[in-house]
Design a protein. Structure first.
Length: 276
């Protein structure tokens, strides 16, 4: 039997299980903790940019060999970078829990079953690759044309295919977005098991997740007018919100806070000795 006062338990759940509650908790836990996540986010982003330059340098030109070779090389490097990304997810998760964290957590999964992260990342990377194929094929087989009208049509088609790829990737990959958080809490879990656990966890929460993402769109648009400098603050905030969202749907907030109320002392039972 649950002995917790209904008003306390209900109030605690309501406070956390809504969009505003998740964002409020993210702001509270992130306050004063920007340095490590900002540096970590910049470091991971820099790795992606550097890997792109290396790929271009090793496979120059626009031949089929150069394109395929560059994509394969970038794909392999992206799997390694994902191990760092998983460590960054762990940092945000620890921040949201007010637990100890450090810049060294970026390397956490290199010593805690990195193959599990790589397997999960491989599946996510395949989804990204498949959903981007229409755009890649269009870019490879078409040219912008010579007239203004041809160039405008090419640009419109390019933007539409980019949007299509983004939407497809979002819809297909959405069930697996909690995989890194799950692996952070369960590093011994296999990569495929983490993906399945994420899909199960996300079931029934897709619209909540979409609302969370859409709520950041105005801020992302605003960052354009700051030459994207606002992203230095915005990215850690978004990622911490997502960490809180994971804790929310995983049921972590379903339990009332410890020592919120005194323990209930059982009432002694007295029996009438005259009863047979």
């Amino acid at each position: 039997m649950d002995e917790s006062p209904p008003s306390i338990t209900k109030g605690y759940r309501i406070m956390r299980k809504n969009l505003k509650g998740c964002k409020k908790l993210a702001r509270e836990t992130l306050a004063g903790n920007f340095t490590v996540p900002v540096i970590g986010s910049i470091a991971v982003a820099a790795m992606s940019v550097i890997s792109s330059y290396i790929s271009t340098a090793l496979f120059p030109g626009d031949s089929l060999y150069a394109i395929i070779g560059g994509e394969v090389f970038s794909f392999i490097l992206s799997l390694v970078i994902c191990v760092f990304s998983a460590g960054l997810y762990r940092i945000y998760l620890n921040i949201s829990r007010r637990e100890a964290y450090s810049f060294g957590d970026l390397l956490y999964f290199f010593s805690h079953q990195p193959d599990h992260v790589i397997v999960a990342s491989f599946v996510l990377a395949l989804i990204n690759l498949v959903t981007s194929l229409p755009l890649a094929w269009f870019s490879f087989t078409s040219n912008m044309g010579n007239t203004t009208e041809e160039q405008m049509n090419w640009a419109v088609t390019y933007m539409l295919l980019t949007l299509l790829g983004f939407v497809l990737n979002l819809l297909v990959a959405m069930p697996f977005t909690m995989s890194y958080y799950i692996l952070s809490d369960n590093p011994d879990m296999k990569g495929m098991q983490a993906l399945k656990a994420s899909a199960k966890l996300m079931k029934g929460h897709y619209w909540e997740y979409m609302k969370m993402l859409l709520s950041f769109v105005p801020w992302i648009i605003f960052s354009i007018f700051t030459l994207y400098l606002a992203l230095i603050w915005l990215v850690p905030y978004i990622e911490t919100c997502m960490a809180v969202f994971y804790r929310n749907i995983s049921g972590e907030f379903d339990e009332p806070p410890v020592d919120t109320y005194p323990p209930v002392t059982p009432i002694p039972q007295f029996h009438d000795e005259t009863e047979a």
